[in-house]
Design a protein around this ligand. Structure first.
Ligand SMILES: NC(=O)c1ccc[n+]([C@@H]2O[C@H](COP(=O)([O-])OP(=O)(O)OC[C@H]3O[C@@H](n4cnc5c(N)ncnc54)[C@H](OP(=O)(O)O)[C@@H]3O)[C@@H](O)[C@H]2O)c1
Length: 346
């Protein structure tokens, strides 16, 4: 029997039931199933070995029952899915062959059968860490790049504020803004993260929003002349305080609102009238719309990494057993930098 037709044990992270409120480790179960390492004759599928899995806040929406075609629910009793880096073990698809490295949507398990591999990106540059394709060279990197350069329309010298600034997307937005010659302030939820923002990512200033009684006052302290661009990651009270501090013709890139994801009733926003009289442009975006520009993105960002102009901090959980804790940790700020899970290093 050929080696790749073997049936192997396949550890998986299973969603037990739809989630309400804050997700918990116990909403998931790590258990072994089995899988054949050979794809069926005549199928277009590929069989991959998962190497790195990405923990992303949008996955929370997929843990609840919903009928949103963009964020369709996970299936209780089955492995959850997310972005990951994987190696092709067997392929029935003409564009993929054994040994290819890919990133894209895969299962939270050791091996996955991917029936529609067309959406995967092949990895051609391996002089940078492979795990980067869950972060700076994957979906979060594209988010920072498209959100900052396309949605924010930044100009040299502008005042930029980034919330959840030390995370997968935020640390990059801040560094892109510095490269453009902007003044950049970030907020994050611990002293350790604030140090990282100032000393590792080169933000001009940073504050711990959990230690501020008055967010409006904190923003006035950091931006006495107001904010030109807000890269929005958290929503809620932070957005309300930012609206009070925006400058005329400011831009808000609405990337995410993580403070709202686990609430049964979203908080209200009270200061929206500022959008009118300050002529603010607030625009939401979803990174998937920019995936066709991936090679342009790589051309821009790979040199930054190789030349050391941009650094990237990862928070690495080892093994699928630790994956549920890593995922739910996003919602309490446990992660320092991009949260990922190593399934296998080869
Ligand atoms: N539009 C898109 O296409 C797109 C794509 C990717 C990501 N996003 C969004 O971008 C945002 C950042 O994602 P990411 O992958 O970079 O995650 P991340 O920042 O690496 O991790 C999430 C962070 O959010 C902060 N957080 C959690 N709960 C919070 C709360 N109640 N209030 C304030 N901050 C809270 C925590 O940091 P602190 O310690 O600082 O609190 C946590 O570490 C999320 O809103 C996500 O949904 C959008």
């Amino acid at each position: 029997m050929a080696a790749n037709s073997e049936v192997l044990s396949n550890k998986q992270v299973i969603l037990k039931n739809y989630v309400e409120g804050f997700p918990k480790e116990t909403d998931m179960l790590v258990k072994a199933s089995s899988i054949s390492l050979k794809v069926e004759e005549g199928s277009n599928a590929i069989l991959v070995k998962n190497l790195y899995l990405s923990c992303d806040p949008y996955m929370r929406a997929r843990m609840s029952f919903n009928q949103d075609p963009d964020f369709s629910s996970f299936t209780p009793g089955s492995p959850i899915e997310g972005f990951g880096v994987a190696k092709v073990v067997d392929s029935g698809h003409p564009e993929f062959k054994k040994g290819d490295l890919v990133w894209g949507t895969t299962g939270w398990e050791e091996y996955s059968l991917i029936k529609n591999p067309q959406g995967l990106f092949k990895i051609h540059h391996t002089d940078v860490p492979l795990s980067y394709y869950t972060g700076i060279l994957g979906m979060p990197g594209m988010t920072a790049w498209a959100g900052f350069y396309e949605i924010c329309a930044p100009k040299k010298g502008e005042y930029i504020y980034v919330s959840a600034a030390s995370g997968a997307v935020g640390q990059l937005v801040g560094q892109f803004a510095k490269l453009m010659g902007c003044y950049v302030v970030g907020s994050a939820g611990s002293r350790e993260k604030v140090e990282l923002l100032k000393n590792k990512f080169g933000f001009d200033d940073a504050f711990n929003y959990k230690e501020e009684n008055d967010l409006d006052a904190a923003l006035k302290r950091c931006f006495p002349e107001g904010i030109d661009i807000y890269f929005e990651h958290v929503g809620g009270k932070m957005l309300d305080a930012v609206l009070l501090n925006m400058r005329l013709h400011g831009r808000i890139a609405a990337c995410g609102m993580i403070s709202q994801y686990n609430l049964s009733q979203p908080e209200g926003v009270h200061n929206l009238m500022n959008v009118v009289y300050k002529r603010i442009r607030m625009e939401g975006f979803v990174v998937f719309d920019y995936f066709p520009q991936y090679s342009r993105f790589l051309d821009a960002v790979l040199p930054y990494i190789r030349e050391g102009k941009v650094v990237y901090v990862e928070d690495v959980a080892d093994g699928l057993e630790n994956a549920p804790a890593a995922l739910v940790g996003l919602f309490s700020g446990r992660n320092v930098g991009k949260q990922l899970v190593v399934v296998s290093r080869e």
